[in-house]
Write a protein that binds this ligand. Sequence first.
Ligand SMILES: [Mg+2]
Length: 444
Amino acid sequence: MTFSFNKSRPPYPYLSAEIEGSFAYRTVKDRMPVILTKVIDFLCRSKNEIVQSSHSEAAALEDLKLIIGKLSKLRSEMQTNKTLSKFEIDCPHLQDSEKWNTELIETKDSAAPCWFNSPWLLVECYMYRAIYYMFNDSLYLKGFDPFSHMKEEAFFVQKNIICQLASYTNGLCLKSNYSSSELHVHFMKLIEICLWGNRNDLSLSAGNTNTEVKSNSFFDDIKQLNSHILVNNINEVWLHMEHIQNNPYDNKELSIIMDNSGLEMVADLCLAVYCISHKLFDRVNFYVKKIPWFVSDTTCNDLKWALQYMENDCTELQHFAEKCRAYLHSNQFQVLEESYFTLPLPYHVMQEEDPKLYKKLCRSQLIIFKGDLNYRKLGGELCWPSSTPFKTFLQGFSPAPLLALRTIKAEIICDLPSSKIKELDLLDKDWMTNGNYGLIQFAK
Ligand SMILES: [Mg+2]
């Protein structure tokens, strides 16, 4: 199957579950069915609590039973490599059904996509879109997030680290006149925090919150992990930051294309609070997901929930949340939703597919792309040779200077010589999927 936007042949094959033993194969074969099973189990176990808030409990219960049936059907279709079915009804919030149905699922020039034979990006995104569709198609459970309980649980598990980050950031905001070298040191540290915050991913652990970082000091962990940053362009990023400070921009904007909620989201907020309070930027745009996505991805509701939770907790968290709230009120923080981020489209076609979003991103002086899914989309999810330069990997996508922060959890990489790959393979055979290695890659 080829994406319809790929009028020319892609330079390399797509990652796909077709290749037995690959991480994409293991994801479609094992991780994705486990995620569906966990959602089904949760809905069965908690049905009474779920329908309680509805106007009509009996009718909501019927809805829930139907959804459970549809989820089981989806799981069995996945496991038996059936074709992806169309979305019969559009959802006003996304308005993307036509795109899915006519361009992604039903293409004129190739057979309908199947779970194991199509690009991994397409089928993995499809699963989350299909789950959303099931709830949206119901009468009483529209907009229900079947992952929110896992995200909240993960937040509690990570609370100790979240407090450390909040308190660290509060401390950085006490002083207003840092020298340039002090600003540099703290900025670098926050970028590292943002990078390693990305290790916590519930879609990788198939919703299991027990695998989170448990150390008492996240800062000690980071010190040790920094030798695992395989490409580190942080100095180029700071040079660019100096360039921004030395130029009279009317409005200095940072955009963060977010990944996971919980610890990672708080880490992103820490960087943003620091940047605004020390006037490194005038505004930070947080791009969140419009619908529940890849288990732990940040939605608007996750952000609201976390702020509310922190406002009612210890003084450090309260203080941090109040700062975020104040920046939200003054529009120095903006939370934005865009449908493009829940489509299985790579970024190099954004300018053509969603010129409005592309233009909006062009206004930023720096865009940070967090995590694996964004990285897969930056590289068009192709099997690039590892030594491919980052610029080539981006295939012309360049709305603004961009920084990819990612702990490695998928078999796609660039900027690494093949000798380094051989060395890593000997050292740790799972280095490409266990999230223990990171990348800080910058392109201007
Ligand atoms: Mg994620």
